[in-house]
Design a protein around this ligand. Structure first.
Ligand code: NAG
Ligand code: NAG
Ligand code: NAG
Length: 330
């Protein structure tokens, strides 16, 4: 049998470098979690232990890597986005400090921040100063839980967030607002944005916390929180961001209140997807191997950190993984 070994090795290496191999299988060696904590509403990084989707170490010696010095000074709901070339990265966050004196959720949704906090980098290590980018109209009460999708066809980002809107005649926003809905704008640089528009607005359901999973050029799954029941549901499309969407019946995990989905494809196993849901204290990880007819089951929590809040999970190339490990050691 011994002579066979070199042949098998040759076959394996041929498979590993085959051009038909997907990005999902080949180029990503780990994951970066970008998140915040209630105690410290700043940007925190966690780096995966090798290529595990559930085992992470707290980067930067367990300290935040970036703090907001703009707007309210607090930053929550962290989202990291990049383009196809991975030539630039943006960290986005909700501009909200729930610990300031006189804070109330009512005030934060009537006269809340209409901006998101933005940092830019070209290497995930050196970051710009934070800037507050006003993305919402005067009629909006707030701009919460940003996420973004890069669009190759138009070389721009679609940015999404949640807001509620007041009548134009109600300048102080003291009246009754619309239901929360998902809004969007486009941008090339997170410095100038198109005018905000509705993306998903339901007549009977307040919506928040949208996140996408791209499964093909024009195929997406998206996760949204129904705020009436505090549950996350899933929809899919093959027609691009503005195609027609089909609801996957029910909710991901209807047993208890959950929010703030973070969704990502597994780097190793084709067709395996992960969704983390915030149980209002911390993230709980779930996974499914069939996105079309999914059964979201609890993932292993061995090595899964406590206290992770609404954030995002980004697959990393070797260069990216090594840069973060070196700049922000655990
Ligand atoms: C901020 O408020 C949250 C929610 O009440 C609390 O869990 C957290 O400990 C507070 N953080 C600080 C720094 O006071
Ligand atoms: C949200 O939940 C409420 C209460 O069950 C339900 O009436 C409504 O249709 C749901 N909306 C969506 C979009 O799931
Ligand atoms: C979208 O979801 C529906 C409902 O679960 C399913 O029947 C359909 O096959 C899915 N389509 C795609 C393209 O994922």
């Amino acid at each position: 049998m011994r002579p066979l070994i070199p042949i098998i090795t040759t076959l394996i290496s041929a498979v590993a470098t085959s051009p038909i191999e997907t990005r999902q299988e080949s180029s990503y060696v780990g994951y970066l979690v970008s998140t915040f904590s209630d105690a410290l509403p700043q940007v925190h990084f966690y780096l995966s232990n090798s290529n595990s989707p559930t085992s992470f170490s707290y980067s930067n010696g367990g300290k935040p890597v970036l703090a907001s010095t703009v707007g309210t000074g607090g930053v929550r709901d962290i989202f990291l986005t990049t383009n196809t070339a991975r030539s630039e990265y943006y960290l986005l966050g909700t501009d909200l400090d729930i610990n300031v004196s006189g804070f109330s959720w009512d005030k934060a949704t009537r006269q809340g921040s209409r901006g998101i906090v933005v940092w830019k980098s070209t290497d995930l290590v050196e970051w710009s100063s934070p800037s507050l980018q006003t993305i919402e109209a005067d009629t909006a009460g707030m701009a919460w839980a940003p996420s973004a999708v890069w669009d190759d066809a138009t070389s721009q980002y679609y940015v999404f967030w949640s807001s509620r809107l007041y009548s134009a005649s109600d300048a102080e926003h003291t009246g009754t607002a619309s239901l929360d809905r998902i809004r969007y704008a486009t941008t090339r640089d997170f410095a100038t944005f198109s005018a905000p528009q509705d993306y998903v607005a339901e007549p009977d359901t307040p919506l928040i916390d949208q996140e996408f999973l791209r499964t093909g050029v024009d195929s997406f799954t998206r996760f949204l929180k129904n705020e009436t029941v505090n549950q996350v549901y899933q929809e899919n499309t093959t027609g691009g961001l503005f195609g027609s969407w089909t609801r996957v019946p029910g909710y991901l995990r209807p047993e208890s209140p959950l929010e703030g989905p973070a969704a990502f494809a597994d780097n190793v196993t084709p067709g395996l997807y992960h969704v983390w849901l915030d149980d209002y204290t911390q993230y709980v990880p779930f996974e499914a191997s069939n996105l079309e007819n999914p059964s979201w089951s609890a993932s292993s929590t061995s090595g899964f950190p406590l206290g992770l809040k609404h954030g995002s999970v980004t697959p990393l190339t070797q260069k990216e993984y090594d840069a973060i490990a070196a700049a922000y050691p655990a």
